[in-house]
Design a protein around this ligand. Sequence first.
Ligand SMILES: *Cc1c(COP(=O)(O)O)cnc(C)c1O
Length: 504
Amino acid sequence: MIYKSTRGLAPEMNVCQAIIKGIAADKGLYVPERFPRLGERPDGSFEEPQALFSRLSKLSYKELAAEVLAPYLPEFSAKELAACIDGAYDGKYSAEEIVPVVKAGGAYFLELYHGPTAAFKDMALQLMPRLLTASMKKQHEDKTVVILVSTSGDTGTAALKGFENVPGTRIVVFFPDGAVSPVQEKQMRTASGSNAKVFSIKGNFDDAQTTQKQILSDPQLAEEMAAKGFTFSAANSMNVGRLLPQIVYYVWGYAQLIAKGALKAGEPCNICVPSGNFGNILSAYYAMRMGVPVKRLICASNKNKVLTDFINTGIYDANREFFVTNSPSMDILISSNLERLLYHLSGDDPAEVRKLMDSLAEDGRYTVPESIRSGLSGLFSAGYAEEDQITDAIGQLYKQEHYLMDTHTAVGYKVWKDYSEKTGDVTPALIASTASPYKFASAIAESIGVSEGTDPFETIENLRKATGIAVPAGLSGLKDRKVVHTEVINRQDMKQRVKTLLGV
Ligand SMILES: *Cc1c(COP(=O)(O)O)cnc(C)c1O
């Protein structure tokens, strides 16, 4: 399995090299050269869909992960891959099945937040560091890998946890000052890994990500770094090592719909994903390309609805007002992973991708050609939710069914509901449930009429008393943890601060 850059001007790589590198030298993103089919036998024949999916519906999450991931990681033996998967998921999840699928409000919530930092990012960021260190061994990479992370909140916390004291790595996190939830901020500022450094920046997530990408693809800096024994990588979903583990839970979600009798093996489902950087929903697209029967992929946005407009018009336009909302992990106007979808929908045409990305860099906008447009509208639907609609949705579903969603998940639920009502489509739907409600305690308390405390931890405690829902282990000791990262910097200084930190 070869990985190619979406912009076609960087060397092709095996998966180990692509994970170490993070982003391609031409600023493109690595993509697999083809999508392996689920149920493909060594002799090239295929299991019948019905037999395949009823078999998959009986596997454990870890068994399924091994089967889904193996063809993407041919450099890994079955034993090596199993060891990475065990390390990522054993004893790390508060739910026995790792990803529970819970029926509420007429949909099926794919609960991805039962890991160490209480958001879906853990699903990939517990596995990716293990894939990375194994890849470094295989490639005889003896440099220290410096992981740069720009985050709208949850990637930072999950990456700090996943890379905590991992030998041969350093991790540097940048988050937008004042634009993440108090719990997310505390999680990052208290990161205790001896290999970790956290900065908040004056600016928004897009500023952090754009500067991060410049640093990662700066050839002169790469040279200076190499001379001191360092090489850069990224833990954002621009790294293909983030996307691959996320495919697994969509196959799992589909298989669970069969196990629960909501679907017969082979019948299609809908999947709705609250989206920001477009990595999570792109993994759902990959699952579909591998053979999961999907009728519609529904992309849900908050008030920063650049993706909704894009999917509905074929015009991507980031020149618009930026809002800080109550679903901060989706406050993004430049969705990196859309580049991968454009590549796949263009029929793997890097020249087309370069044209669109140049236009984005120069004018902040692009219009896709008809071929991509029809590929988009054939599969994707999109909608968005305003902040009061989000809190209303949380309040209603809690009142009716005692099911508590976080603000991001509620965006997905509201957009799915609008979609179903408008289209009359009753296909069973999976909604990606991306974070624990306790991470956004203040908005949740407001939504269900619980009084806020004087600090976020008191609010969490009020919520716990009112709902009886257990507080995730990763959040319960947070209040008393020591703040060690306090620096606020300008985005223009990100590069210099990284250099100073490493002594380059
Ligand atoms: C990161 C995040 C999202 C958005 O996911 P993308 O892969 O960036 O589209 C949604 N909800 C939560 C809670 C997140 O942390």
